[in-house]
Design a protein around this ligand. Sequence first.
Ligand code: ZN
Ligand code: ZN
Length: 296
Amino acid sequence: MQLLILGTASQLPGKKRNHNGYYLRWLNEGFLFDPGEGTQRQFSYAGASPAKISRIFISHFHGDHCLGLPGIVHRLNLIQVPNPIHLYYPASGEKNIHNLLNGAQLHLRINLEFHPIEEDGIVYETNKYKVESFALNHSVETFGYRITEFPRMNFDKRRLSDLKLKGAILGELEKKGVIIWQDKNIKREDISTKRAGKIFSYVLDTGVCENIDPLIKDATLVIMESTYLSTESKLAKKFKHLSADIAGKYAKDNSVKNLVLTHFSERYTDLSKFEDEVKPIFENVHIAKDLELLNY
Ligand SMILES: [Zn+2]
Ligand SMILES: [Zn+2]
């Protein structure tokens, strides 16, 4: 999993913090989450190419999460990416997404596939992974996303060599799950090791919400909003956002492995306070910075 942080600001971007934007390279896909204003430019500043974007997820249609969508689509159109671009977004924003995309003249030469989301559940599934949506608690319809890689069975090379198994017979074992070899039944699981899949969870924007628990349970990496510090918890409640201490508690309660906090209010210039607040609750926290590349 490689995560490029394109922006970490909430409502108001500043000199050091751009609007949201998170680009995840994983599972042979380029998942782009919430392209806020300036996302296209942020790719350039990061020295990264947007050419491998394949799926774009919008959590909700507040400007800091979607105003960069037209720029990104224009760019992908300009370079004529060969693959279709899949767009996932809350169904109540159907009008917003088309307004955004029709805001400038665009001779569309790429294939856009629209996937409005109406409720919790699986939004996309392959034999390698699935993407699920979870409704969150915000002032407009908002979904969090969870990508689960399925467990993988890899052949144990030593066992293969002991049994002198190679070539086409392995393809047959892969397909049927069992073969007869040297007068014995060989099952796939007898000569394979199982590797648990990783899980990525995306939690922006939301107030306290029951759905956060299943959304982030046992996740390898959670990117979560933390608009405020606990000193502003009244504001967090009022505007349906999270404070850092609550985000840390969710991570702790759900056995998360890595927590990345983002979506900081413009009132905070010194973000070290976020780390100070969360570390005693959840040790493995990282305060996101614009343009950094994280590997998990
Ligand atoms: Zn926001
Ligand atoms: Zn919002």
